[in-house]
Design a protein around this ligand. Structure first.
Ligand SMILES: [Cu+2]
Length: 205
C-alpha cells in the first residue's frame, strides 16, 4: 500500500515536471491538423478512404513531425508527401515540397496504416530539391516558404494510390488551437494538488 502511494506520488510529480519542461518546447511548436478525403482532392473523387494528419513544425530546431493515419483507401498507397503552395487557399494543386517520391518510411502498397516521422528540415534530403531551388535555394528559405504556405492554407498533404494516381485523399491542414497559458496553469496546479494530497495521505498513514 505504501509502495503504491509512493509510486503514484512519484508519477504525479513526474507528470508535473514533464509539463513544466514541455512548456518552453511547446512555445516553438506550430501544429496543424487536417482530415484527408477524396472530396478534398483535385479533381475530387468518391474515395471511401479517410485519413487524419498532424503536422508539427518547430521553428527552433527546424524540424517537421508528420503523423498520418488512414484507412479504407480503394487503391494501394504509392506515395505521400506535402505539396505547396497553391495559388489560392484550399484549392487546386501545387508541386511537391517534401521528399520525393514519398515520405521516407511511409507504408506503400497498403489501404490503411499509420505513419509518424520527424524530419530534420535543414537536410536537403527532407525536400524536393526543385522546391528548394525555386524558393531561395536554401533549406532555411524553403522552410520559411513552407511555413507561410501552411499559414496561408496553401499547403496540402495527400496520399496517392494505384486507384487514383493523381491523389486519392488529401487535406489542407489548419492551425490547431493552442492551450491558453491559464489552461496550462490550471492543469499543472491540478496535478500538483494530486501529488500533494497523495504525499499528505502517506504522511498521515
Ligand atoms: Cu502528392
Amino acid at each position: 500500500m505504501m509502495k503504491t502511494k509512493l509510486a503514484s506520488a512519484a508519477t504525479a510529480a513526474a507528470a508535473v515536471l514533464a509539463m513544466l519542461t514541455a512548456l518552453p518546447a511547446a512555445a516553438h511548436d506550430i501544429v496543424y491538423t487536417g482530415t484527408l478525403s477524396g472530396l478534398a482532392e483535385s479533381p475530387a473523387n468518391n474515395s471511401p478512404g479517410i485519413g487524419f494528419t498532424t503536422i508539427t513544425f518547430n521553428d527552433h530546431d527546424f524540424s517537421m513531425r508528420v503523423e498520418v493515419t488512414f484507412s479504407g483507401l480503394s487503391g494501394d498507397t504509392t506515395a505521400s508527401h506535402i505539396h505547396c503552395c497553391t495559388a489560392n487557399p484550399g484549392a487546386a494543386t501545387a508541386g511537391v515540397a517534401t521528399q520525393l517520391p514519398s515520405f521516407g518510411g511511409f507504408l506503400l502498397g497498403v489501404k490503411s496504416g499509420s505513419y509518424d516521422h520527424t524530419f530534420d528540415m535543414t537536410q536537403l534530403s527532407s525536400w524536393n530539391g526543385a522546391f528548394v531551388t525555386a524558393n531561395g535555394g536554401t533549406t532555411g528559405a524553403a522552410f520559411s516558404t513552407l511555413l507561410q504556405g501552411f499559414a496561408d492554407g496553401k499547403a496540402y498533404l495527400n496520399i496517392h494510390t494505384t486507384a487514383v494516381g493523381s491523389g486519392e485523399i488529401r487535406a489542407f491542414p489548419q492551425l490547431a488551437p493552442v492551450p491558453e497559458p491559464e489552461t496550462w496553469a490550471l492543469m499543472v496546479a491540478g496535478l500538483g494538488g494530486v501529488a500533494w494530497s497523495v504525499r499528505r495521505r502517506k504522511v498521515l498513514a
